[in-house]
Design a binder for this molecule. Structure first.
Ligand SMILES: N[C@@H](CCC[C@H](N)C(=O)O)C(=O)O
Length: 277
Protein backbone atom coordinates (compact mmCIF):
# COMPACT_ATOMS: atom_id res chain seq x y z
CA UNK A 1 0.00 0.00 0.00
CA UNK A 2 1.44 3.40 -1.07
CA UNK A 3 0.13 6.46 0.81
CA UNK A 4 0.60 10.17 0.10
CA UNK A 5 1.25 12.34 3.13
CA UNK A 6 2.22 15.87 4.17
CA UNK A 7 4.87 16.52 6.79
CA UNK A 8 3.78 19.53 8.87
CA UNK A 9 4.51 21.27 12.13
CA UNK A 10 2.86 23.69 14.55
CA UNK A 11 5.48 25.52 16.66
CA UNK A 12 7.84 22.55 16.24
CA UNK A 13 5.33 19.85 17.25
CA UNK A 14 5.52 17.75 14.08
CA UNK A 15 2.97 15.65 12.23
CA UNK A 16 2.53 13.24 9.34
CA UNK A 17 -0.90 14.07 7.89
CA UNK A 18 -2.91 11.73 5.64
CA UNK A 19 -5.92 12.67 3.51
CA UNK A 20 -8.14 9.70 4.35
CA UNK A 21 -10.98 11.09 2.20
CA UNK A 22 -9.29 10.70 -1.20
CA UNK A 23 -7.24 7.61 -0.34
CA UNK A 24 -7.98 4.57 1.78
CA UNK A 25 -5.97 4.75 5.02
CA UNK A 26 -6.14 1.89 7.50
CA UNK A 27 -3.16 1.77 9.81
CA UNK A 28 -2.25 -0.69 12.54
CA UNK A 29 -0.53 0.59 15.70
CA UNK A 30 2.67 -1.01 14.40
CA UNK A 31 2.43 0.94 11.10
CA UNK A 32 1.82 4.19 13.03
CA UNK A 33 4.96 3.52 15.10
CA UNK A 34 6.95 2.80 11.92
CA UNK A 35 5.84 6.05 10.22
CA UNK A 36 6.53 8.09 13.37
CA UNK A 37 9.99 6.60 13.93
CA UNK A 38 12.67 9.19 13.12
CA UNK A 39 15.36 6.86 11.75
CA UNK A 40 13.51 4.14 9.82
CA UNK A 41 10.23 5.99 9.10
CA UNK A 42 9.25 9.59 8.32
CA UNK A 43 9.38 10.87 11.91
CA UNK A 44 6.72 12.76 13.84
CA UNK A 45 5.27 13.33 17.31
CA UNK A 46 1.73 12.56 16.10
CA UNK A 47 0.09 11.15 12.99
CA UNK A 48 -3.15 12.86 11.86
CA UNK A 49 -5.99 11.55 9.71
CA UNK A 50 -8.37 13.83 7.81
CA UNK A 51 -11.65 11.96 7.37
CA UNK A 52 -15.28 12.56 6.44
CA UNK A 53 -17.40 13.32 9.53
CA UNK A 54 -19.70 10.74 11.08
CA UNK A 55 -22.10 13.45 12.36
CA UNK A 56 -24.20 16.04 10.49
CA UNK A 57 -23.00 19.11 12.40
CA UNK A 58 -19.31 18.72 11.41
CA UNK A 59 -17.37 19.34 8.17
CA UNK A 60 -14.58 16.83 8.84
CA UNK A 61 -13.46 14.18 11.32
CA UNK A 62 -10.00 14.49 12.88
CA UNK A 63 -8.18 11.43 14.28
CA UNK A 64 -4.91 11.64 16.21
CA UNK A 65 -2.33 8.94 16.93
CA UNK A 66 0.66 9.42 19.23
CA UNK A 67 4.12 8.22 18.10
CA UNK A 68 3.65 5.14 20.34
CA UNK A 69 0.73 4.05 18.13
CA UNK A 70 -2.10 4.89 20.55
CA UNK A 71 -5.14 6.84 19.33
CA UNK A 72 -5.96 9.88 21.49
CA UNK A 73 -8.76 12.41 21.87
CA UNK A 74 -7.27 15.82 21.11
CA UNK A 75 -4.26 17.70 19.73
CA UNK A 76 -4.06 21.50 19.60
CA UNK A 77 -1.04 22.07 17.34
CA UNK A 78 -2.41 19.32 15.11
CA UNK A 79 -5.76 21.13 14.87
CA UNK A 80 -4.05 24.16 13.32
CA UNK A 81 -2.14 21.91 10.89
CA UNK A 82 -5.44 20.16 10.09
CA UNK A 83 -6.94 23.54 9.06
CA UNK A 84 -3.88 24.47 6.96
CA UNK A 85 -4.00 21.00 5.30
CA UNK A 86 -7.70 21.11 4.32
CA UNK A 87 -7.18 24.60 2.88
CA UNK A 88 -3.93 23.84 1.02
CA UNK A 89 -5.45 20.63 -0.40
CA UNK A 90 -8.65 22.53 -1.31
CA UNK A 91 -10.80 20.11 0.70
CA UNK A 92 -12.59 23.22 2.04
CA UNK A 93 -12.70 26.90 1.05
CA UNK A 94 -14.35 28.03 4.30
CA UNK A 95 -12.23 30.17 6.63
CA UNK A 96 -13.84 28.49 9.66
CA UNK A 97 -14.76 24.81 9.89
CA UNK A 98 -16.31 22.44 12.43
CA UNK A 99 -14.21 19.38 13.14
CA UNK A 100 -15.35 16.22 14.90
CA UNK A 101 -12.82 14.75 17.35
CA UNK A 102 -13.03 11.90 19.84
CA UNK A 103 -13.77 14.50 22.54
CA UNK A 104 -16.29 16.70 20.71
CA UNK A 105 -16.35 19.51 18.13
CA UNK A 106 -13.47 21.98 17.72
CA UNK A 107 -13.58 25.01 15.41
CA UNK A 108 -10.39 26.15 13.64
CA UNK A 109 -10.45 29.55 11.89
CA UNK A 110 -7.92 31.03 9.43
CA UNK A 111 -6.77 34.51 10.50
CA UNK A 112 -5.89 37.29 8.01
CA UNK A 113 -2.21 37.08 9.06
CA UNK A 114 -2.03 33.36 8.19
CA UNK A 115 -2.15 32.14 11.78
CA UNK A 116 -4.97 29.87 12.90
CA UNK A 117 -7.24 30.25 15.91
CA UNK A 118 -8.94 27.16 17.32
CA UNK A 119 -11.94 27.11 19.62
CA UNK A 120 -10.81 24.09 21.66
CA UNK A 121 -14.02 23.72 23.68
CA UNK A 122 -14.64 24.00 27.42
CA UNK A 123 -11.98 22.70 29.83
CA UNK A 124 -13.08 20.13 32.42
CA UNK A 125 -11.87 19.96 36.03
CA UNK A 126 -14.14 17.13 37.20
CA UNK A 127 -11.67 14.32 38.09
CA UNK A 128 -14.08 11.79 36.58
CA UNK A 129 -13.84 13.53 33.16
CA UNK A 130 -10.00 13.66 33.12
CA UNK A 131 -9.85 10.80 34.39
CA UNK A 132 -7.95 11.32 37.69
CA UNK A 133 -8.39 9.21 40.81
CA UNK A 134 -9.13 11.50 43.75
CA UNK A 135 -11.97 11.86 46.29
CA UNK A 136 -13.04 15.38 45.47
CA UNK A 137 -12.40 18.11 42.91
CA UNK A 138 -9.79 20.76 43.88
CA UNK A 139 -7.64 23.42 42.20
CA UNK A 140 -4.43 21.61 43.11
CA UNK A 141 -3.44 18.12 44.23
CA UNK A 142 -0.34 16.57 45.78
CA UNK A 143 1.06 13.79 43.58
CA UNK A 144 3.55 11.31 45.02
CA UNK A 145 6.49 10.50 42.74
CA UNK A 146 9.62 8.44 43.49
CA UNK A 147 11.08 10.16 46.57
CA UNK A 148 9.32 13.51 46.01
CA UNK A 149 5.87 15.10 45.97
CA UNK A 150 4.72 17.61 43.36
CA UNK A 151 1.75 19.98 43.36
CA UNK A 152 -0.31 19.73 40.18
CA UNK A 153 -3.50 21.05 38.64
CA UNK A 154 -5.38 18.28 36.83
CA UNK A 155 -7.74 19.09 33.96
CA UNK A 156 -8.95 17.96 30.57
CA UNK A 157 -8.80 19.91 27.29
CA UNK A 158 -10.44 16.93 25.66
CA UNK A 159 -7.24 15.07 26.66
CA UNK A 160 -5.73 14.77 30.16
CA UNK A 161 -3.16 17.20 31.61
CA UNK A 162 -1.25 17.54 34.90
CA UNK A 163 0.34 21.00 35.17
CA UNK A 164 2.85 22.16 37.77
CA UNK A 165 4.54 25.52 38.44
CA UNK A 166 8.34 25.60 38.23
CA UNK A 167 10.78 28.43 39.03
CA UNK A 168 12.98 28.00 35.95
CA UNK A 169 11.84 26.14 32.85
CA UNK A 170 15.41 25.52 31.68
CA UNK A 171 16.28 23.46 34.76
CA UNK A 172 12.82 21.91 35.30
CA UNK A 173 13.01 18.12 35.92
CA UNK A 174 11.05 17.27 32.75
CA UNK A 175 13.08 14.18 31.83
CA UNK A 176 13.00 12.76 35.38
CA UNK A 177 9.42 13.57 36.44
CA UNK A 178 7.72 13.52 33.02
CA UNK A 179 7.65 9.72 32.56
CA UNK A 180 6.62 9.17 36.21
CA UNK A 181 3.71 11.62 35.93
CA UNK A 182 2.68 10.31 32.49
CA UNK A 183 2.31 6.76 33.84
CA UNK A 184 1.12 7.64 37.37
CA UNK A 185 -1.46 5.10 38.59
CA UNK A 186 -3.85 7.91 39.63
CA UNK A 187 -4.25 8.74 35.90
CA UNK A 188 -5.76 5.51 34.54
CA UNK A 189 -5.53 6.70 30.88
CA UNK A 190 -2.08 8.24 31.49
CA UNK A 191 -1.54 12.01 31.27
CA UNK A 192 0.43 14.82 29.59
CA UNK A 193 2.81 16.44 32.12
CA UNK A 194 3.19 20.23 31.88
CA UNK A 195 5.93 22.36 33.53
CA UNK A 196 5.10 26.09 33.55
CA UNK A 197 7.25 29.06 34.54
CA UNK A 198 5.18 32.19 35.10
CA UNK A 199 7.03 35.23 33.72
CA UNK A 200 4.24 37.74 34.43
CA UNK A 201 0.42 37.76 34.27
CA UNK A 202 0.40 37.64 30.44
CA UNK A 203 3.45 35.50 29.72
CA UNK A 204 4.52 31.98 30.60
CA UNK A 205 7.25 29.60 29.47
CA UNK A 206 6.18 25.98 29.06
CA UNK A 207 7.57 22.50 28.48
CA UNK A 208 5.38 19.42 28.14
CA UNK A 209 6.28 15.76 28.46
CA UNK A 210 3.57 14.33 26.24
CA UNK A 211 1.73 11.08 26.81
CA UNK A 212 2.81 8.63 24.11
CA UNK A 213 5.42 10.94 22.56
CA UNK A 214 7.87 12.20 25.22
CA UNK A 215 8.91 15.85 25.46
CA UNK A 216 7.89 17.77 22.33
CA UNK A 217 8.92 21.26 21.19
CA UNK A 218 5.37 22.48 21.92
CA UNK A 219 1.99 21.11 22.97
CA UNK A 220 -1.15 23.08 22.04
CA UNK A 221 -3.53 21.43 24.48
CA UNK A 222 -0.72 21.62 27.07
CA UNK A 223 -0.56 25.40 26.52
CA UNK A 224 -4.35 25.65 26.95
CA UNK A 225 -4.20 23.51 30.11
CA UNK A 226 -1.35 25.53 31.64
CA UNK A 227 -3.08 28.87 31.01
CA UNK A 228 -6.46 27.61 32.28
CA UNK A 229 -4.74 26.22 35.41
CA UNK A 230 -2.84 29.49 35.95
CA UNK A 231 -5.99 31.62 35.52
CA UNK A 232 -7.96 29.36 37.88
CA UNK A 233 -5.22 29.72 40.51
CA UNK A 234 -5.31 33.53 40.17
CA UNK A 235 -1.82 33.83 38.65
CA UNK A 236 -2.68 34.83 35.06
CA UNK A 237 -4.90 37.22 33.06
CA UNK A 238 -7.42 36.05 30.44
CA UNK A 239 -5.00 36.36 27.50
CA UNK A 240 -1.56 34.79 27.84
CA UNK A 241 1.41 34.32 25.49
CA UNK A 242 2.98 30.90 25.87
CA UNK A 243 6.64 30.50 24.90
CA UNK A 244 7.40 26.87 24.07
CA UNK A 245 10.79 25.69 22.84
CA UNK A 246 9.39 25.57 19.28
CA UNK A 247 7.57 28.91 19.19
CA UNK A 248 4.83 31.13 20.54
CA UNK A 249 1.11 30.48 21.11
CA UNK A 250 -1.55 32.86 22.41
CA UNK A 251 -4.24 31.42 24.64
CA UNK A 252 -7.46 33.13 25.73
CA UNK A 253 -9.89 31.89 28.38
CA UNK A 254 -12.70 34.01 29.86
CA UNK A 255 -13.29 31.64 32.79
CA UNK A 256 -15.51 28.78 34.00
CA UNK A 257 -17.85 27.18 31.47
CA UNK A 258 -16.42 29.12 28.51
CA UNK A 259 -14.31 27.68 25.68
CA UNK A 260 -10.57 28.17 25.49
CA UNK A 261 -9.07 29.53 22.29
CA UNK A 262 -5.56 29.03 20.94
CA UNK A 263 -3.85 31.06 18.19
CA UNK A 264 -0.61 30.11 16.47
CA UNK A 265 1.11 29.12 13.23
CA UNK A 266 0.90 25.94 11.15
CA UNK A 267 3.42 25.07 8.44
CA UNK A 268 3.68 22.55 5.63
CA UNK A 269 7.26 21.21 5.36
CA UNK A 270 7.14 18.69 2.49
CA UNK A 271 4.97 16.18 0.66
CA UNK A 272 5.84 12.51 0.36
CA UNK A 273 4.73 9.00 -0.42
CA UNK A 274 5.37 5.98 1.77
CA UNK A 275 5.14 2.29 0.99
CA UNK A 276 3.64 0.21 3.79
CA UNK A 277 3.93 -3.55 3.91
N1 LIG B 1 0.83 17.65 20.75
C1 LIG B 1 -0.53 17.73 21.05
C2 LIG B 1 -1.14 16.72 21.96
C3 LIG B 1 -1.09 15.32 21.34
C4 LIG B 1 -1.79 14.27 22.16
C5 LIG B 1 -1.17 14.05 23.51
N2 LIG B 1 0.17 13.56 23.46
C6 LIG B 1 -2.06 13.08 24.31
O1 LIG B 1 -1.70 11.90 24.42
O2 LIG B 1 -3.10 13.50 24.82
C7 LIG B 1 -1.07 19.13 21.18
O3 LIG B 1 -0.55 20.02 20.49
O4 LIG B 1 -2.06 19.34 21.88
Amino acid sequence: MKLRFSKMHGTGNDFVVFDAINQRVELSAEQVRFIAERHFGVGCDQLLLVERPTRNDADFRYRIFNADGGEVEQCGNGARCFMRFVHDKKLSRQSEIRVETASGIIQPRLEADGRITVNMGTPHFDPHDIPFMVDKCALTYELELEGETVTISALSIGNPHAVQYVDDIDTAPVARQGPQIEAHPRFPNKVNAGFMQIVDRQNIRLRVYERGAGETLACGTGACAAVVAGISRGSLDATVHVAARGGLLTIHWAGADTPVSMTGPAANVFEGEIELG
